[in-house]
Structure formats: structure tokens, C-alpha cells
Design a protein around this ligand. Structure first.
Ligand code: KG4
Ligand code: ZN
Length: 352
């Protein structure tokens, strides 16, 4: 089966061609809009949607060309239908509908979060889903931070999630306070090099049971909160007075990212205490971070649970993971929505 995937949920425009079994990636074109949004310190939704309109047609042609397939070889289209920015999602879904109509191939909506989960099954040495499950997944992006128990492809249980900011968002906002460019995750990672994380202590964000009223069935020990760590950085900077000196900047960045990551690790450990998993994985843009990857590796060794990390190019948003998600599904989970495909800006994982 040859699947063309389209991803436009935020500020990356991406098109990929993936074949199954495998899934094997034949092409994965990613146009990053970072430069367009950088002057604004974050993603501007209308600007993102307009850029998607400009670059998507060219990327579709390039993905087909680079995969060395013909239009007639495509068996299915998979498109991110949500969650994400409504206006951006609309561009990808509209393009997918037009292609499905023209090529007379089925169209399958894919949940962006499920795409991130499936990103660990891409690449040369990736395991098969049957071997990896039951799998504990830490999903850390700019919009989401959650812990998911993956029983099989399509079988997801949300164990915990953030009550406020996502980990990536906490890094993006922290970087902005430190005067570092967007996106904050890579900026903080770079600034933290050579810094001493123990010189500035930041809180690890505890969650009170009473604050979980809207998250029925979730345990406080498996949920996240990043509002405290941001406030703590704000007060630190205020107390330091002037702009931090270069040496201080490295220590602040190292201490801040350490607190963000330790909060993640604490919840992963708590989830491991509650159930046995064949493997655990970390997916999403923040999983590119080398400091976080090192901490996860140490945990994998101490707990003797194999760690699965997506290749860096499949951590940040890409269409290969969207096409692969469809390719990995069993036939009963494949629902061709055709022209009725609609965007779902809010779409909890496992909600059908
Ligand atoms: O998964 P992603 O590309 O988009 C969303 O679905 O949100 O994740 C984007 C997030 C941003 O918050 C960005 O700062 C963070 O991933 N990120 C990183 C790194 N690269 C990207 N965070 C920490 N270290 C990195 N190297
Ligand atoms: Zn994402």
C-alpha cells in the first residue's frame, strides 16, 4: 500500500509518501515556517494558514517526485484532521479532499497525537508495534504534554496530562523571558551548554488532586503543571535586575530545562510503578532535546525497560508519521471519510 500523508496542523507544512508493510518512508518533505513567525515570538495562526496555502501544492509534487512514484500508484491519502489550529488544518484537509476526488482514492483523517505516537515505528531500526506494546508513551510537544498507555495501534489510554502549559510551551515562554529566539526548546538547549543546572533551582510542578476536577479518572501524580516554573523564572529574572550575564544565562537555561525535564521523568517513573510495560517511548518536538534523551536513557537502564526514541526528524511535526499511522492501522480501524472529512481542532486521543 502506498500512502500520501499531509500535515498542516501548526507551523510546519509537510507531505510524505510511505509504503507498507514497513512502514517505509519514500519521501518526507518538511517546510518549516519558523523564520516567518520568529519576529512575533510565537506562531501567528493566520500567517501559518496563508503559508500552508502557498507552499503545500509544491510540496505535494516534490513528495511524489522524490518518492519516485506516480499519481496512479497512490492507494490512500492520510491527512491530519486535528488537534491543531483550525485555519491551518483546513488547508491540509481541503487539499486532501481535492486530491482524493481527482485521484479517486480513499481519504483517511489522522489524529496528530496518534501520529506522534506512531513516529517511533519509523526508521531503519524501528521495532514492530506488536513487540513494543504495551508501551508507555511520554508525548511532549508545543501544544500537548501527556502520558499514554498504548496497548496496541488504536488502543490508547490517557493516564495523565498537563493542567496548563505543555512542556514545549514552557520552554518557548521561558526562552522568551530569557531573551532567546523562538522556538524556545532548541534555543534553551543551546544556551544551557556549559551551564550548571544546580545553581538556580526551579520547582518541579506538583499537581493537587483538587485541581483535577475536569480530568476525570486521572491521578495527580501522573499529571503535569508548568505554571509554577514559569513564574519562578520570572521572579528570578526580576531579582537579578539587569539582563543576565552570558555565564548566568547558561546556568539559568540549564536549571530551567532541568526542572521542566525532571517533572516529566517523575511522572514516567510514577506510571512505571503502577504497571509493567514492554517498552517506553518519548515522542514530539521536545524529544529532540539531548539532555532529555540522556535522562530517559538513564531511566531505561535503571528500570530495565527498553527506551524507544523517534529519529530527530520524526520528533518535530512531519507527514511521514501521519501516513505511517494509517499504514499501521488494522483494516477495521480504517475509516474512509472521503469528502465528509472535517477538521477537529479539539480531538482527544482515543475519542474515535
Ligand atoms: O511536535 P512539535 O514539532 O509541534 C507540536 O505538535 O507542537 O513540537 C514543537 C515544540 C516546540 O515547543 C519546540 O520548542 C520544541 O518542540 N522543541 C524542542 C527542541 N526542538 C523543538 N524542545 C527542546 N529541545 C529541542 N531541541
Ligand atoms: Zn506535533
Amino acid at each position: 500500500m502506498v500512502v500520501l500523508g499531509i500535515e498542516t496542523s501548526c507551523d510546519e507544512t509537510s507531505v510524505a509518501v510511505v509504503v507498507s508493510p514497513g512502514p517505509e518512508v519514500l519521501s518526507n518533505e518538511v517546510y518549516s515556517q519558523i523564520a516567518a513567525h520568529q519576529p512575533f515570538g510565537g506562531v501567528v495562526p493566520e500567517l501559518a494558514a496563508r503559508r500552508h496555502v502557498d507552499v503545500l501544492p509544491g510540496l505535494i509534487g516534490k513528495a511524489i517526485h522524490d518518492a519516485d512514484v506516480g499519481w496512479e500508484d497512490l492507494d490512500a491519502l492520510a491527512v491530519t484532521a486535528g488537534p491543531g489550529l483550525a485555519s491551518s488544518l483546513l488547508v491540509g484537509v481541503s487539499a486532501a479532499k481535492a486530491l482524493a476526488l481527482r485521484l479517486k482514492v480513499p481519504l483517511y483523517p489522522v489524529n496528530h497525537l496518534e501520529g506522534h505516537v506512531c513516529s517511533v515505528f519509523l526508521g531503519a531500526n524501528a521495532p514492530r508495534a506488536e513487540e513494543a506494546c504495551p508501551m508507555l508513551v511520554l508525548l511532549v510537544t508545543g501544544g500537548h504534554t501527556c502520558l499514554i498507555a498504548v496497548d496496541c495501534i488504536g488502543g490508547y489510554r490517557m493516564l495523565g496530562q498537563t493542567l496548563d502549559d505543555a512542556a514545549g510551551e514552557a520552554l518557548d515562554k521561558g526562552a522568551s523571558m530569557l531573551g532567546l529566539p523562538y522556538p524556545g526548546g532548541p534555543s534553551i538547549e543551546k544556551a544551557a551548554q556549559g551551564g550548571d543546572p544546580s545553581l538556580f533551582a526551579f520547582p518541579r510542578g506538583r499537581v493537587q488532586g483538587s485541581s483535577l476536577r475536569h480530568l476525570a479518572g486521572m491521578e495527580p501524580e501522573l499529571c503535569f503543571s508548568y505554571s509554577g516554573v514559569k513564574t519562578s523564572l520570572l521572579y528570578r529574572l526580576r531579582d537579578l535586575g539587569a539582563t543576565p550575564a552570558p555565564g548566568q544565562l547558561a546556568d539559568l537555561a540549564a536549571g530551567y530545562q532541568e526542572a521542566v525535564f525532571d517533572a516529566l521523568l517523575l511522572r514516567v517513573e510514577a506510571a512505571m510503578d503502577r504497571a509493567a510495560y514492554a517498552s517506553f517511548a518519548c515522542v514530539g518536538g521536545v524529544a529532540r532535546n539531548q539532555c532529555l534523551r540522556g535522562k530517559l536513557l538513564a531511566l531505561s537502564e535503571s528500570r530495565d525497560v527498553p527506551l524507544l526514541l523517534a529519529q530527530p526528524e520524526y520528533c518535530t511535526d512531519n507527514a511521514a508519521m501521519i501516513a505511517a499511522t494509517h499504514a499501521l492501522r488494522s483494516p477495521t480501524l480504517r475509516q474512509d471519510t472521503g469528502f465528509a472529512c472535517d477538521v477537529r481542532p479539539v480531538w482527544p486521543l482515543g475519542a474515535g
